[in-house]
Design a protein around this ligand. Structure first.
Ligand code: ADP
Ligand code: MG
Length: 356
């Protein structure tokens, strides 16, 4: 008689569980807990009602074989049910705590990687939304960016001007996925890069972004050819293809084949910066980020380097963002953004786009 009562009680509990499921909004974790409680209550009830010890229950299969009584079969089934509920509840909690977030992140990284590889769909190639960046220097916090937002269209040529320490390099490093914002979102070709893990970020940098720095950052121990082809080695391009592309890019940058075997240090500043631009172009990026690329050059050479940036912007439709102190350099862009104290304080559209 008692075992029948237990079966009815169990059915009621299972129905409650189903109702929780149908209600739908009940979080996975609550359901898992309810299953555990149901399982535990069921097992405990069995112990109490039968008044048996653990050793008796463990010996049940043996007893069943001997007696085979109907009540005992029901008892045994109920016990297995209780144990199953208990275990499945625990497993489901483990999955929700560890498994699901890990799986979701894995799925996001995978889809982001395929988006990084795919042809871009968005109108804006760069979207920076209310971004903050704090640096911690000992106990002091430096608020380098304070709620900065910008959007750059595909194929646009944008200059960023602002006083020293206003956050220009910080902004460029965040857009280039070299660093992560403290708060806010950054989309590159529609991919939210704040959610990417380090591997996916490296992949994005390698495929989508070319950097040009004030100090060229070329490796002087090796040849110009090696310097330019370096980013493409990771992508697994064949040596012949790489060399062809190096030559083509250097020609576009107005450099003859006789620089190929030279070391960067043997070239003029303007030539070195053009080699650096060729290197930035090697993987056919959608964005070139240049941090004061003319800062080490005299104004005439600086203007020439800008002309080459402008040229590749026109030729390949590469989006270019240039940070500069120099107003005449900035005026070669389509648009100038003014930054101060980590925020955009103004914008100027240059009529006609370029001077050339
Ligand atoms: P800009 O390029 O416009 O001169 P930065 O982006 O380099 O400005 O710097 C913005 C602010 O953040 C400055 O006050 C600078 O001192 C600080 N800053 C930049 N990088 C770091 C860092 N790695 N650690 C600490 N403070 C930094
Ligand atoms: Mg700077």
């Amino acid at each position: 008689m008692r075992t029948y009562l237990i079966s009815i009680a169990t059915m009621i509990l299972i129905i409650i569980d189903r109702v929780l499921l149908i209600l739908g909004d009940v979080p996975r974790i609550v359901r898992a807990f309810s299953i555990i409680v149901i399982g535990a209550v069921l097992i405990a009830t069995l112990f109490i009602i039968t008044g048996k010890s653990v050793s008796f229950l463990l010996r049940l299969p043996y007893i069943l074989e001997v007696s085979g009584g109907f009540a005992q079969i029901v008892l045994y089934l109920l016990l297995s049910l209780g144990a199953t509920l208990l275990l499945s509840g625990i497993v489901s909690i483990l999955i929700s705590i560890v498994g699901i977030p890990a799986m979701e992140s894995m799925i996001y990284q995978k889809s982001a990687l395929s988006m990084i590889g795919a042809a871009p769909q968005t109108e804006y190639v760069i979207e920076v939304e209310d971004v903050y960046k704090d640096y911690y220097v000992g106990k002091i916090v430096v608020h380098a960016l304070r709620g900065l937002s910008i959007r750059v269209r595909r194929g646009e040529f944008v200059a960023i001007m602002g006083p020293s320490g206003s956050g220009k390099s910080t902004l460029l490093n965040l857009i280039g996925a070299l660093d992560r914002p403290t708060r806010g979102k950054i989309y590159i070709d529609g991919v939210d890069i704040s959610k990417l893990d380090d591997n996916a970020l490296a992949e994005l940098r390698n495929r989508k972004i070319g950097f040009v720095f004030q100090s060229y950052n070329l490796i002087n121990r090796t040849s110009v050819t090696r310097n330019v082809e370096l980013p493409s080695i990771i992508l697994g391009l064949s040596r012949r293809k790489r060399r062809e592309r190096v030559r083509e890019l250097l020609r576009i940058m107005g450099l003859d084949d006789d620089v190929l075997k030279r070391r960067p240090i043997q070239l003029s500043g303007g030539q070195q910066q053009r080699v650096a631009i060729a290197r930035a172009l090697m993987n056919n990026p959608s964005i070139i980020l240049a941090d004061e690329p003319t800062g080490n050059l005299d104004s005439k050479t600086g203007e020439e380097v800008m002309k080459y940036l402008r040229l590749l912007n026109k030729k390949f439709g590469t989006t270019v963002v240039v940070v500069t102190h120099d107003r005449s350099v900035a005026e070669m862009a389509d648009r100038i953004l003014y930054i101060r104290d980590g925020k955009i304080i103004g914008e100027e559209v240059i009529r006609g786009g370029s001077k050339d």
